[in-house]
Design a protein around this ligand. Structure first.
Ligand SMILES: [Zn+2]
Length: 386
């Protein structure tokens, strides 16, 4: 099924394939508990257990940031690690994004009474998001003495969240930054990643505990280094691309290999296979080359496309704008970028060839659309503007 292919592409793009798809726990895998203070701990995942996880303890209970990659072995291990710290109930689970290595435990903790908090784009994914509280741009949660600030960013996925703990002075960067992985820029290429790294840097001081999605705990110095390395890596890839080099030859370039190694913070021997490097390079070139409509046009030209459309099977899709990019999304199904392909036709980014959206009307009316998704064709008409 093509939607699955799209999801796989996203996962490939991020590189945590084994984790995101719930590979089994590797022999000897264990959760390492890092105590920051009596009320704040970080549980380091990895080895098939999932992403790093924050544990904030207040009088009323526990707030978790990410819920690892729960399956039979890891959920017992995660709960055991939490119970070694506190007996209090888990009240909230905040997800830094939907990937399973970060959100796999949601159902488990929800059944135990937890409220799931995440960014609203999670509703535009297949199936039930399990989210109880969602937000668009920013959300502040008061949890006991702690003020938890959530910021929506788009880089790794459409529902990335930066989580800032004010009292405990910590910042969770999700999969936009790692001490054991990278480079990891996403949909908006290096520009989008630099924007969110700058935002992360501006919210940190020298004492801030920076918790990346994967790898060891770090600080603002690492964020700055990660930003420099990501820029340098991208510039090198794009310089080679402009000279006509293909990913197959780029992975033999010694400078590029050295740049890759800068992200190997844990000095792992088999850091990345050739295929992984090729995919990463290919994805970066795509992300750097796509021009959002707002770069090509004035916003006034973009506006008529935005709206809610009813398809001939009675389902609804939305065409929205975010930072000058155009998106199509459908609740419980999909969300992807629309790439301008000339006249009134847009391709669905990273979907199979032929999946596209056409605005049928001439001039600026854009009332009628023709949509091809998974090879099926739908007619649709606008029922409201946005
Ligand atoms: Zn991820």
């Amino acid at each position: 099924m093509k939607i699955k292919k799209y999801i796989v592409l996203l996962v490939l793009a991020v590189g945590f394939l084994g984790l995101a798809h719930g590979a089994g726990v590797r022999p000897g895998a264990k959760i390492t508990t890092k105590k920051i203070n009596d009320n704040f701990y970080v549980l380091l995942g990895g080895n098939g257990l999932g992403a790093n996880c924050g544990v904030v303890i207040e009088d009323s209970g526990i707030l978790l940031i990410d819920s690892m990659n729960i399956h039979e072995q890891s959920h017992t291990m995660l709960l055991k690690a939490i119970r070694e710290i506190s007996d209090k109930p888990v009240r909230y689970v905040i997800n830094t994004h939907h990937h399973r290595d970060h959100s796999g435990g949601n159902a488990f903790f929800k059944k135990m009474g937890a409220t799931i908090v995440t960014q609203e784009n999670v509703h535009y994914r297949p199936g039930d998001s399990l989210a109880d509280i969602t937000f668009k741009d920013k959300l502040t949660l008061e949890f006991g003495d702690e003020t938890v600030e959530l910021y929506h960013v788009v880089s790794h996925t459409f529902n990335d969240v930066l989580v800032r703990l004010k009292k405990n002075n910590a910042l969770f960067t999700g999969d936009n930054h790692a001490t054991s992985w990278g480079p990891s820029s996403g949909f908006y290429g290096i520009a989008g990643q630099v924007e969110l790294l700058d935002k992360s840097i501006s919210m940190s001081d020298p004492n801030t505990v920076v918790v990346p999605g994967h790898g060891y705990l770090t600080d603002v110095k690492h964020l700055k280094q990660f930003k420099r390395d990501s820029i340098e890596w991208t510039q090198h890839v794009m310089a080679m691309h402009k000279k006509g080099a293909a990913p197959e030859s780029m992975i033999k370039d010694s400078t590029l290999l050295e740049l890759f190694q800068r992200f190997n913070g844990e000095k792992r021997e088999n850091f990345m296979t050739d295929d992984m490097m090729k995919r990463r390079i290919g994805y970066q070139i795509t992300s750097e080359t796509i021009k959002p409509p707002i770069v090509l046009w004035h916003y006034e030209k973009l506006k008529p496309y935005l709206g809610i459309y009813e398809l001939n099977d009675k389902s609804l899709i939305e065409v929205i704008e975010q930072k000058g990019h155009l998106y199509i999304r459908k609740k419980g199904a999909y969300m992807t970028e629309l790439i301008f392909r000339g006249k009134n036709t847009f391709e669905l980014r990273e979907w199979p060839k032929g999946d596209e959206l056409t605005f049928v009307d001439k001039s600026n009316k854009t009332k009628h659309i023709q949509l091809v998704v998974e090879g099926k064709s739908y007619a649709g008409k606008k029922i409201s503007d946005l």
